[in-house]
Design a binder for this molecule. Structure first.
Ligand SMILES: C[S@@+](CC[C@H](N)C(=O)[O-])C[C@H]1O[C@@H](n2cnc3c(N)ncnc32)[C@H](O)[C@@H]1O
Length: 406
């Protein structure tokens, strides 16, 4: 049964390579910037303590048509291995490899379930949009965990249950209509989409059909897939733990930030919950997350998790996330930045703004607190003030936290 499903998945990606292939990686990176799983973009989130080595060994598991090539192109000092079931997708990746002369990219047609047979270890494993297509995603994550170096980090993307509610309703209709993964199935799907009402869960917050439905490969990937499941926040945490791994953070906390969607009594109540429960509440409430992008590590790296329930946070080195700016007027300051689901706007006080002004990506929180503007107050009061500011900025994703010496 599992083999039949895997074969159906392979055939789909042979016929409808996804994401749609790109012609020129340099132009792509110039236009869109690095992928969010790129170590040049997500370095602090992958390794708050600093990357384990300059010449990272990177595995792109289920690399599709371009991901491994884009990572290799943007990280010439790293060795990238891209594996995929689909020969068609690998051929597109190979074209990019040849076009850009990527000597640091190796491509192999194989299942990620067999990656252990290579007898290799990786510092970074990227697996986005793949595990939810496996008949047994747990076995897939376990296979990847087995080849992750103890100091390594993994970037994963899984479908989100709440944001994809409409996708599963439409998939169900198409199954009843007998739409297959072929030109006729795509035609039937396009016909059906003409009748999707504006209040349907498939319609995005901007009032439009998801952008992915613009081309045939996107329609097949989203609406006609033979194997696809989605996850709630608690299911993700369970999934990670079942593989003996540790959840180390979201790619962007703003999508799970209670301060962004609640206020007053409700916010106070939700903030008394542990972080994972806060995230679950927000995910259920907003129904915006059609995907979850997150990082996981091995238990050996647990000490590098960002947390504020001890005084260890005083040694963290805060970094303001790119795109964040101070706005508003003296009486109502906000920190804001653009994000896929709208601006992330968090009100801050003047004293909080003064503290964040000291953040330079080098100073530790304790260094910042030793500045003369803060030394007037008691050490305990100062530390509690810093804890509250940092925790709030961490929740919104406006500030990322590295470790000193990294
Ligand atoms: C939706 S695409 C994602 C591609 C890429 N990771 C990205 O984010 O652009 C899923 C890819 O996973 C591949 N895939 C599915 N099951 C796989 C498996 N067991 N082993 C390796 N690749 C697999 C498919 O062939 C397809 O190219």
């Amino acid at each position: 049964m599992e083999d039949t499903v895997t074969e159906a998945v392979r055939q789909q990606y042979e016929a409808y390579s996804y994401p749609p292939p790109i012609e020129d990686g340099e132009k792509f990176l110039k236009k869109w910037g690095p992928l969010t799983c790129d170590p040049k973009f997500a370095g602090i989130q992958l390794w708050p303590e600093g990357r384990p080595r300059q010449d990272l060994r990177i595995l792109c598991a289920g690399c599709g048509s371009s991901q491994a090539a884009l990572i290799a192109l943007n990280n010439p000092d790293c060795a990238v291995l891209g594996i995929d079931l689909s020969e068609t997708s690998l051929a597109h990746s190979k074209r990019l490899c040849d076009r850009h002369g990527l000597a640091n990219l190796e491509l192999r047609q194989m299942s990620l379930l067999d990656v252990g047979e290579l007898n290799r270890r990786f510092d970074l494993i990227i697996c986005t949009g793949v595990l939810h297509h496996l008949p047994n995603p747990d076995a897939g994550l376990k296979a990847l965990a087995d080849v992750l170096d103890p100091s390594g980090s993994m970037a994963i993307m899984l479908y989100g249950k709440t944001g994809r509610a409409g996708v599963y309703l439409v998939q169900d209709i198409l199954r009843r209509l007998g739409a297959g993964r072929n030109a006729e199935g795509v035609r039937i799907a396009r016909e059906l989409l003409k009748f999707v009402p504006s209040n349907h869960y498939l319609i995005s917050a901007t009032g439009k059909l998801p952008h992915d439905l613009a081309d045939d490969a996107g329609i097949v990937d989203m609406l006609l897939h033979p194997q696809d499941r989605a996850y709630s926040v608690p299911e993700i945490i369970k999934f990670v733990e079942a593989a003996g791994l540790v959840f180390s953070g979201w790619s962007d906390n703003a999508l799970y930030c209670a301060d962004r969607y609640l206020s007053g009594e409700m916010l106070e109540r939700v903030l008394t919950l542990p972080p994972a429960e806060q995230w679950a509440v927000v995910d259920n409430l907003t129904m915006l997350n059609d995907r979850h992008d997150f990082f996981v590590r091995k238990p050996e790296s647990t000490r590098f998790l960002t947390r504020f329930d001890t005084d260890d946070f005083l040694s963290y080195v805060p970094h303001i996330r790119s795109g964040v700016r101070l706005a508003g007027d003296v009486n109502s300051l906000v920190l804001t930045r653009p994000a896929p689901q709208g601006e992330v706007i968090i009100p801050i006080s003047r004293s909080e703004a003064l503290m964040l002004e000291q953040v330079d990506g080098k100073k530790r929180i304790s260094d910042i607190l030793s500045h003369s503007i803060f030394t007037g107050s008691e050490p305990d009061k100062r530390a509690n003030f810093a804890r509250a500011v940092c925790e709030r900025m961490w929740r919104s994703g406006h500030v990322l936290f590295g470790r000193s010496g990294s």
